[in-house]
Design a protein around this ligand. Structure first.
Ligand code: S3P
Length: 447
């Protein structure tokens, strides 16, 4: 089932070369944060390039429920913030749909205000662990009442008299780190978050942009992030960069479809997000960065991906996992078209995403004739090489946009077409995927 309607079965088949430009939508992580921090600033934040996927639209709706005004006029989103500590108590349950980022960041943002809010989500989100966020929020004084296993629906009673915390994030998770930082905004004094492995740092960068006092120090303990509470956040004008995680799909498709040459302009290459592209280059991909530049303090480039007939399997360094965590599904598809094994270790977090992504990909790849071995925090895809991937299977997307898009990419180059049972979730992060891929030359249909 898609999150908001009947399932949308889809199919993709072998196609001619993919060519042209792929203008992918705005970054999902940055879009959520722009709305949430905009809502916590005093005055009007303006956002262009916002991802208008369902996940982000659900966050916009949630910010309205907490009292901020959020509206779109022309191409710009306007957010009238209520200030740190200014959230109103929502009148109804907050439904974050499919969005783990949305719900976890918003829980953090409200947990240090004297209000109560109840959160829910779709069948995928209701299975995902929230204890990783509510544990540190309890240290601030917030209380959480949810289903067994720390699942949604869940009510958070915000702390009336919050305390600042010092917290070491036990799993590599930017969502947990960000929830703690957002909670720290309305706590007096300094909140310190320590992460052993670097995860995406958009919250830190954006908080600094909104005028918060925040610093990151790299020590033997890891990255120590210190935030001074109760700042007045100054509204910003934000142009959201395009999403490297969405760019991954046309890039990977171009690498495996013979004759392809695709340009994906203006992609942010923040090192905490760009691990996939490095890995693809190690596999022998013809992937180049054109017009490499700095934009808004972040490296950005136009990516050019060309068909790469001689891809080879690699061992992905586990320490790179966080910088490409959402890209393993589509990497495993490219790995099937490479010669030899691709080994992915240190990826336990993949089991608690929108779906268990190791299981979902392994099942579909095996059904399509590709051997996969997997364990709790690792998996190995035995590449068959170009022109040798059978395909011809129905993959189950488990309400997971990236699983659906990965198998549709696979079908563009496998011998027989690939079907997915439900492409509906693609709208959460990449609503223009079908049209964009079709314009490049892909043959995708709804069946
Ligand atoms: C995100 C963090 C990652 C990622 C998700 C977006 C974010 O999740 O998988 O798509 O915007 O902070 P985790 O924090 O669970 O690793």
């Amino acid at each position: 089932m898609s999150s908001h309607g009947a399932p949308v079965p889809m199919l993709s088949r072998k196609c001619g070369p993919l060519t042209g430009e792929a203008h992918v939508p705005g970054d999902k992580s940055i879009s959520h944060r722009a709305l949430i921090l905009g809502a916590m600033a005093v005055g009007e934040t303006r956002v262009t390039g916002l991802l208008e996927g369902q996940d982000v639209l659900d966050t916009a709706k949630a910010m309205r429920a907490f009292g901020a005004q959020v509206e779109k006029r022309g191409d710009t989103w306007y957010v009238q913030g209520v200030g740190v500590g200014g959230f109103a108590e929502p009148e109804a349950v907050i439904d974050c749909g499919n969005a783990g980022t949305g719900v976890r960041l918003i829980m953090g943002a409200m947990a240090t205000s004297p209000i109560t809010a109840t959160f829910t989500g779709d069948a995928s989100l209701r299975k995902r662990p929230m204890g990783r966020v509510t544990d540190p929020l309890a240290l601030f004084g917030a209380r959480a009442f949810g289903r067994s296993g720390g699942r949604l629906p869940m009510t958070i009673v915000g702390a009336a008299d919050p305390m600042p915390v010092r917290y070491t994030v036990p799993v590599p998770s930017a969502q947990v780190k960000s929830a703690v930082l957002l909670a720290g905004l309305n706590a007096p004094g300094q909140t310190v978050v320590i992460e052993k492995e670097a995860t995406r740092d958009h919250t830190e960068r954006m908080l600094a942009g909104f005028g918060a006092e925040i610093s990151t120090e790299v020590t033997d303990e890891g990255r120590v992030i210190t935030l001074t509470g109760r700042p007045e956040l100054v509204p910003q004008v934000i142009d959201v960069p395009r999403d490297p995680s969405s760019a991954a799909f046309p890039v990977c498709a171009a690498l495996i479809v013979p004759g392809s040459d695709v340009l994906v302009p203006n992609i942010g290459l923040n090192p905490t997000r760009a691990g996939l592209f490095e890995t693809l280059r190690e596999m022998g991909a013809d992937l180049t960065y054109e017009n490499l530049r700095e934009e808004g303090g972040e490296p950005a480039a136009d990516l050019r991906a060309r068909f790469s007939p001689n891809l080879r399997g690699v061992e992905v360094p586990p320490e790179r996992a966080a910088s490409m965590i959402d890209e393993y599904p589509v990497l495993s598809v490219v790995a099937a078209f490479a010669k030899g094994a691709t080994v992915m270790r240190g990826v336990k977090e993949l089991r608690v995403k929108e779906s268990d992504r190791i299981a979902a990909m392994a099942d579909g790849l095996r059904a399509a004739g590709v051997a996969v071995e997997d364990g709790p925090d690792w998996w190995i895809v035995e590449g068959l090489g170009h022109g040798a991937v059978p395909g011809g299977a129905v993959a189950v997307s488990h309400l997971d946009h990236r699983i659906a898009m990965s198998f549709l990419v696979m079908g563009m180059a496998s011998e027989a077409p690939m079907q997915v049972d439900d492409g509906g979730p693609i709208a959460t992060s990449f609503p223009i995927f079908e049209g964009l891929m079709a314009r490049l030359g892909a043959e995708i249909e709804r069946i």
